[in-house]
Design a protein around this ligand. Sequence first.
Ligand code: 5GP
Ligand code: SF4
Ligand code: MG
Length: 466
Amino acid sequence: CGIFGVIGVADAANFVALGLHALQHRGQEAGGIISHDPGTGFNSAHRFGYVRDNFTKQSTMETLPGPLAIGHVRYSTAGTKAAPAIRDVQPFFGEFAMGGCAIAHNGNITNADALRRELIERGSIFQSSSDSECIIHLMARSIQRNIPERMKDALRRIEGAFSVIAMTRTKLIGVRDPLGVRPLVMGRLSDGAYVLASETCALDIVGAELVREIEPGEMVVISKGEVESSRPFGPSTGRFCIFEHVYFSRPDSIIGGRSVYETRRQIGVELAREAPVEADLVCPVPDSGTPAAIGYAHESGIPFGMGIIRNQYVGRTFIEPTEQIRNMGVRLKLNVNRALVKGKRVVLVDDSVVRGTTSRKIKDMILDAGAKEVHFRIASPPTAWPCFYGVDTPERSKLLAANMSTEEMRDWIGVDSLSFVSLDGLYRAAGEAQGRNNSRPQYCDACFSGDYPVAPFDQLQRGFHM
Ligand code: 5GP
Ligand code: SF4
Ligand code: MG
């Protein structure tokens, strides 16, 4: 999901709409905005669909007045995706003795089922099926006298990944979980006006300058132009999601002082060193494979070409919630540039293989178009484990790499060769010159390594084996 908040500007909701638009790649199912205005109090709008179709209408935006607003774009992960319901769309809102509070959460709470059961037994009335709603109910039960302190109480009971943006009548609040699995940055618009956002590309769109990232385990409370920082969870070292670098974030974002584009390009360089091949053309599977393909072509000296053309009017395939739509998605979205690939030995570069359906279809399309050989190069290690921290990787039985060796995958996809970047190669591309520190890994890479930095409590209860 994508989250955005702003304080200290006229018509804050318009800024939020722009910010969410820049974060649309993080969630396309639905979006919501809550604003606060001293005259009318809290106001909200929650809609299915794209930001541009919902939060550009004047009739909607004029219902969201005030200098303080937060928003959320939703991408439903396992467990919450059965039937999309508007009551699952964030931000969520709670009214407490000391006033209202709205929250927007990115990530996934790994003990949400257990907490929900406990809260319901003790009288909480849930409105949604979302794991994030637990935060509001835990806050309601806290005995602290102000909202930031109640939020700390609540978040200390929560396990898993959370970047949270919240607001009261007068404060904008940002928090990251102790491992900082999901991103969150702070920007400044002008004196006293601050922005919190999932990624820096959302600061750029509103013209905010990057102040810094919120640190893993940090809470910031912004009001009256002051930023107050605290560490509610004690000392911790971050384990940021390495897959944000590979795929999830936008390439024009800066993470940990590093360009996401540059990291992706560098993954292609590592791939070319680790898995060279004689070929005539390097083609990205657009858009997710493009920077890595540029790096592969550069390092190998093989010409780069757009052998597959993407229809710009279709969103990210994997974000479509059902299998059937995902299957159609490949053809709706991608087409082969016959004139370019005919008769050639083609290196195809994509970011990841999950179920393998994309790779298999693209291989068919490219062979139909007359390519002589197809060599797949993947800009991440084999995805062999599900993510429980907010990215929608399916269960192990559906993950190709959980059930096949690389050679079996090569055969199943039907290509001449198949190689994945190594975990160390990926770490090097992400700026860790020595690769992965196996005794203290610098990133979360559980979907590749099975090394889960937070034990997924609910999943283990359901019989998942790590
Ligand atoms: P596949 O067809 O192998 O299931 O999906 C791979 C494609 O989905 C890749 O091109 C990639 O861009 C996209 N994708 C990236 N990350 C994920 C993810 O976490 N889950 C899923 N299902 N697809 C992803
Ligand atoms: Fe990111 Fe993979 Fe870790 Fe999930 S399991 S947080 S996708 S690195
Ligand atoms: Mg892709």
